[in-house]
Design a protein around this ligand. Structure first.
Ligand code: AGP
Length: 599
């Protein structure tokens, strides 16, 4: 049961795994570096005793490399207590030296192991696992989910959570704890969402949740709607490919119910006082990776519609630069998982500065939305592939809804203007679907460029973040060097990289009033003159762009601000094609995790 549960978590990315059970007053367990298969093989060789009380863990290395010894669970010296841990114990060095001075001999280099020894020491005083856990949590700094068993306390598992995922599954005569409902959904759909700084104490028939101070805690039971098959590959070879093709549905679901027939926007989750929204004089978006690129795209639209300055910051940089945040600043945290530690810490910092915080998230009940004043959920469904695709386009749509909502509340845009813009948005899913039926040329292109050693992506205006995102997709799943540039920046240095045969993707904005389009055409001419192989993405009717293309990919026509939602699709698909042709694990690329829950 535990192994099957760990398998459901494989998509999060990991580099070692382990399991411990309690049987006849003893701990028994195995733990192995590498994929789950190594652990399964070890358990086949040395099966564990019969038990219905145990803990398991897949680890993504932070302190200490991916070795058997560093894998979780970690045991106390007398093999009485076992724990697993997600997160980082920031004061572990001090705790470790204190324990070593007490004669504790460590078996690993991990921060997590300190908790096993602290718990064991606390049991000398209290002999109650939940009370011991409470005492230990008072001493820990950082983010953690901890789950522990005590060989002398049968039928009991105790856990604690601070800023790291943990959910309870309530079964019939059995109860579960996991970082993701996928681990126990086949046994029960009754779940309990836990809050911050809580201890949960389960037996086969009871679930007790208390605060770190010992008070009974408020909890929210809920029914899991998520259908497990939704996360199955549904006939595709990779989750990522399935998710690329799910984008029309994800976009439509994200728009669903948020616009009424009169064109008025309704963001029900927007629990922020409209008067406060009207007072906003600066917006700061904080996010990482692909979510950051979604923020970069959104900036153009939000500033255009609301005339409010909108900064977009890498979450990992934000709080260290002493940012200027006031009560009239709106901070927007974009996060697919809702557990990205960098982004969580950034919005925490924002709240300490009394800013209003809105999160844009794809995971119901995740830590980031729980710590925001309001949340706009993207309804993209579970995104299993580590490389984010459908959540990227859904995030842009959610950001656009936020921008239009702010414009509506600030009176910067009126019903008829919003109706026009929303009509463009609601036309996107069909345009995406049309695009997804015309991807064969991208397959041929991937075949032709399979031996490329470096790829450049260019774009201007909202096309620039698409160049960055196209490069990131290619980097993270095909391990190829790829770089995105603002097309206008080329002549300030990067053009030195251009040499004969170098593939250069260019996202060309729709022909329009301003000179944006023509400037990009000249940028293509500049790289062509130096022998680059140009792959041009432009509106199908754009003859000027087509004339500059060694490979041309036609996009459905539409306003500039909405083009990113379409232009990114061939680039996602191209990256997927290259990686599959290279035989790489598209869904779990090396070194990456789906949710980066450490800073
Ligand atoms: C995207 O393809 C990457 N896997 C990564 O950059 C990701 O977008 C980033 O870690 C942010 O994750 P989040 O949206 O869950 O916060």
């Amino acid at each position: 049961m535990i192994l099957a549960g760990l398998k459901r978590l494989e998509y999060r990315g990991y580099d070692s795994a382990g399991i411990t059970v309690v049987a006849d007053g003893q701990l028994a367990g195995q733990k192995k570096a590498g994929k789950l298969a190594n652990l399964t093989a070890a358990l086949e060789q040395e099966p564990l005793p019969e038990s219905h009380q145990g803990i398991g863990h897949t680890r993504w290395a932070t302190h200490g490399g991916p070795t058997d010894a560093n894998a979780h669970p970690h045991w106390s010296m007398d093999n009485r207590v076992a724990i697993v841990h997600n997160g980082i114990i920031e004061n572990f060095a001090q705790l470790r030296s204190e324990l070593m001075a007490d004669g504790v001999v460590f078996r690993s280099q991990t921060d997590s192991e300190t908790v096993a020894h602290l718990l064991r020491r606390a049991l000398d005083q209290t002999n109650d696992l939940a009370e011991a856990m409470r005492q230990v949590c008072q001493r820990l700094e950082g983010a953690f989910t901890l789950v522990a068993v005590d060989a002398t306390q049968p039928d009991r598992v105790v856990a604690a959570r601070r800023s790291s995922p943990l959910v309870v599954g309530v079964g019939e005569g059995e109860n579960f704890l996991a970082s993701d409902v996928a681990s126990f959904i086949e046994y029960t759909r009754q779940a309990i969402e836990l809050g911050q700084d809580q201890i949960v104490d389960i037996t086969p028939t009871t679930v007790n949740v208390t605060t770190f101070d010992g008070a009974v805690a408020e909890v929210r039971p809920y029914e899991i709607e998520w259908d497990l098959t939704a996360a199955e590959k549904g006939g595709y070879d990779w989750f990522m490919r399935k998710e690329i093709f799910e984008q029309p549905q994800a976009a439509a679901d994200t728009l669903l119910g948020r616009v009424d027939t009169s064109g008025r926007l309704h963001l029900d989750e927007m629990r922020i006082d409209p008067a406060l929204l009207r007072s906003i004089d600066k917006i700061v978006v904080v996010a990482c990776g692909t979510a950051y690129h979604a923020g970069l795209v959104a900036k153009y639209a939000i500033e255009h519609w609301t005339r409010i300055p909108c900064e977009v910051e890498l979450a990992s940089e934000f709080r260290y630069r002493d940012p200027i945040i006031t009560r009239t600043t709106l901070v927007v945290g974009i996060s697919q998982s809702g557990e990205t530690m960098d982004t969580l810490m950034a919005i925490r910092h924002a709240r300490e500065q009394h800013a209003a915080v809105i999160s844009i998230c794809n995971t119901n009940g995740a830590t980031i939305p729980r710590e925001s004043d309001a949340v706009i959920y993207t309804h993209a469904g579970p995104e299993i592939g580590v490389a984010s695709t459908k959540c990227f386009t859904a995030q842009i749509i959610a950001c656009y809804l936020l921008g239009l909502y702010l414009a509506q509340e600030q009176g910067m845009k009126f019903g008829d203007e919003i109706v026009t813009l929303v009509r463009e948005l609601t036309a996107i899913p069909d345009k995406m679907a049309d695009l997804l039926e015309r991807l064969e040329p991208v397959e041929a292109l991937a075949e032709e460029l399979l031996s490329a050693e470096s790829v450049i992506f260019l774009g201007r205006h909202v096309g620039y973040p698409i160049a960055l995102e196209g490069a990131l997709k290619l980097k993270e799943i095909s391990y190829l060097h790829a770089e995105g540039f603002a097309a206008g920046e080329l002549k300030h240095g990067p053009i030195a990289l251009i040499e004969p045969g170098l593939p250069v993707f260019v996202v060309v904005p729709p022909p329009g009033r301003d000179s944006l389009h023509d400037k990009v055409i000249s940028n293509i001419q500049e790289v062509r003159a130096r022998g680059a192989q140009t792959i041009v993405l432009a509106e199908s009717g754009d003859a000027a762009a087509r004339a500059q293309a060694d490979h041309f990919f036609g996009l459905p026509a539409g306003p500039t601000l909405f083009q990113p939602l379409l232009a990114i699709i061939p680039l996602q698909f191209f990256a997927c094609e290259i990686a599959t042709r290279k035989g790489y694990d598209v869904d779990q690329p090396r070194n990456l995790a789906k949710s980066v829950t450490v800073e």
